[in-house]
Design a protein. Sequence first.
Length: 323
Amino acid sequence: MNDVNRIRAADDDAIAQAAQLIRDGRLVAFPTETVYGLGADATNDRACAAIFSAKGRPQFNPLIVHVTDTGAAAEHVTFSAAAKLLAERFWPGPLTLVLPRRADCRLSLLVSAGLDTAAVRSPAHPVARALLVAARTPIAAPSANRSGSVSPTPAEHVSTSLGNAVDLILDGGACSIGIESTVLDLSGAQPTMLRPGAVTHTELEKALGQSVARSDIAATGQTGLASPGLIARHYAPNRPLRLLAIAPQPGEAFLAFGPGTDSGPGILNLSPRGDLAEAAANLFRMLRALDQAPYRRIAVMPIPKTGLGEAINDRLKRAATPA
Ligand code: TXA
Ligand code: MG
């Protein structure tokens, strides 16, 4: 199959084919409301191992397990009262919960990368949901890009990034949110946000009626223990980024935010009206679009740190960390 044949519009027939591939232990990329995922049967060790090799991802990085609903997740992980409450409030949707594995958990140990917890999420995207129902198994899926590069939000970016490493790409159009799910660890004494994402810190605290800690990303990256996925450099385009830029310098492409800067050659605006949800949806696509010759660097305007801005600034900071 060449790359073009590998992408199929996500109709019923394609979803049935994808579900069969998943059951056969193969890899399928599929759309979620956040970003495209690179999916495999989460109960199949060899299939999960194939995800790591397709992504070129370090083995210590655990995977998110996608499920239809709380009932399906509860077969594998233990739900505390707080976990139940958050699942009721935010599922299906862009929140991932890190919970203790049950003694009879059938999820591959690879998805937990040696930890006694597993990260679970019930996605809202209709194609992801149809695939989960048809496959009748939880699906482990990191973002469908090579490790360390920008997460894919249209299907074409999956094939550019992973090429032949994936057996089928279900095309469900552009992802509506465009930034990954929030990862919340509920396995310890205090709820801890391991990765800022589409559900904000404020929303979590409000729903829980309790304070939510943030893990120290730099420290976590070094120890690689509590949250191995949070290595400092991640989501990176090939060109270096210059953050907090007011205007482009010679040789720089420019990623703007807010009123006053129109798109033009080498200039894209994440959201001319200053809307953070719109900026999140555009972020990875625009970073890719500006990551081109003749530009040597991408200058990025300051983005407010409130609400979804926390997740956007987190991704930009990682993308800007030198390799
Ligand atoms: O929006 C998303 O979450 C997308 C879509 C496809 O669902 N998936 C995604 O997966 O972003 P990935 O593998 O790129 O990011 C998973 C994050 C990493 O930061 C990883 O370390 C963390 O979740 N994670 C997974 N399991 C964990 C665990 N047991 N303990 C701590 N962190 C965990
Ligand atoms: Mg990722």
